[in-house]
Design a protein around this ligand. Structure first.
Ligand code: ADP
Length: 395
């Protein structure tokens, strides 16, 4: 079965063609900076890498470009659009409606649209990706895979905010949780690795967006992001946890508009706001050279993660494993070390040598004396989506 995975963002579309059940990645690529003069299309298939800089003005044009390359007689992967059996769409916000991967129908599209107000940076583009894919691949099964789905198992005590009931029941203001596809994928790998019947795991996804999930027996029981993906950890450009009164102060005393506050907290804060850089590699290099702001940002970032580890160990009354994943989690030995140092109260002891090894496979980085397994597990959201689409198609 040929499954195209589409991840349509505000100005980019990432894609992969995965053949199931062999899990073979036939080709992959992305369209970046849609609508700008520097838009670019990148395509990789069987070792061939192509960069195409013809201007791409819309998501529709971007998907047309992807389809044209997939069908190219020389470097393409299929002969006809009908050879694509299914398209798995990453959809960020599924609200309350979707606890599982779902075939796209008119009603499903209407709900994705409804939840756009909760994820304005993501859902409208995800929906656009679905609409265009329906036109370009009319025979393919269109399937939606929601970032929020994995967290539907969270109990109300973790899911609710301490607001009057109507805000929960009527206005649906609650913790939805995000990065679910990634947390599910890596925690399933960890559970298989641990080989235990019952398990208490903390999954730490550190990419451009960062989040943590407490997982008991494979089920999400608490999560650091909230109503939107802005709560919790310090991220590339998002501040994470903040006293909400800061927002009133910004507006009432400093004269910010709601939109300016939103831009400040989501796009200009976090590691970028603290240091001027949002890529952790630049911040690590700055800290090594003695840049005080970079060092402080690293300290704050690690400290926030430590606090969530403590909270989740308490919430689960135990801890078997901590997983580090995504761009930073998989690659930053320094941040992992900062997070895991002075955590022996939880039975967490890192092995520095193992932590320093670079590898793109699942690995343990804890000392033999550590009660808690510390693991680096590369995430693969595309493969997880392909698996879910494949399972759904075979039902
Ligand atoms: P996304 O959330 O966009 O999927 P990724 O999971 O790819 O993001 O993570 C991207 C981030 O990972 C980059 O912004 C960078 O900060 C970080 N990163 C990537 N490689 C390294 C590395 N070798 N060392 C430290 N950080 C890295």
């Amino acid at each position: 079965m040929n499954i195209v995975i589409l991840n349509a963002g505000s100005s980019s579309i990432k894609f992969q063609l995965i053949r199931m059940p062999t899990e073979e990645v036939i080709c992959s690529g992305l369209v970046e900076r849609i609508g700008s003069d520097s838009s670019v299309f990148k395509y990789t298939s069987e070792g061939v890498e192509i960069e195409d800089t013809e201007k791409i003005t819309t998501h529709y044009a971007g998907l047309q470009k992807i389809a044209a390359y997939l069908l190219d007689p020389k470097i393409g992967a299929v002969k006809s659009v009908d050879d694509i059996d299914a398209i798995g769409h990453r959809v960020v916000h599924g609200g309350d409606s979707f606890a599982e991967t779902t075939p796209v129908t008119e009603a499903v599209k209407a709900e994705i649209k409804e939840y756009a107000s909760l994820a304005p940076l993501h859902n409208p583009h995800n929906l656009e990706g679905i609409r265009v894919a329906e036109q370009l691949f009319p025979k393919a099964r269109q399937v939606a895979v929601f970032d929020t789905a994995f967290h539907q198992t969270m109990p109300d005590k973790a899911r609710r905010y301490a607001l009057p009931d109507t805000f929960f029941s009527e206005h649906k203001i609650k913790v939805y949780g995000f990065h679910g596809t990634s947390h599910k994928y890596v925690s399933e790998k960890a559970i298989a690795y641990l080989g235990k019947k019952s398990s208490k795991i903390i999954s730490i996804h550190l990419g451009n967006g960062c989040s943590m999930t407490a997982i008991v027996d494979g089920k999400s029981v608490d999560h650091s992001m909230g109503f939107t993906p802005s709560n919790g950890l310090i991220m590339g450009t998002r501040c994470g946890d903040i006293d909400h009164s800061v927002i009133f102060h910004l507006m009432d005393t400093l004269g910010y508009t709601a939109e300016q506050v939103n831009t400040l907290l989501n796009k200009k804060s976090g590691m970028l706001g603290l240091t001027g850089f949002n890529d952790l590699r630049d911040i690590q290099a700055g800290a090594e050279k003695g840049n005080v702001a970079c060092q402080l940002a690293m300290d704050m970032n690690a400290y926030r993660i430590k606090k969530y580890i403590g909270a989740y160990a308490a919430a689960m009354n135990g801890l078997d494993a901590v997983i580090f994943t995504a761009g930073i989690g998989e690659n930053s030995a320094i941040l992992r070390k900062m997070v895991c140092s002075n955590m022996d109260v939880f039975g967490i002891v890192l092995d520095d040598t193992k932590n320093g090894v670079q590898s793109d496979t699942l690995r343990e980085i804890n000392a033999d004396t550590s009660k808690v397994k510390l693991m680096v597990i590369p995430t693969n959201e595309e493969l997880e989506i392909a698996k879910q689409v494949y399972t759904l198609a075979r039902r």
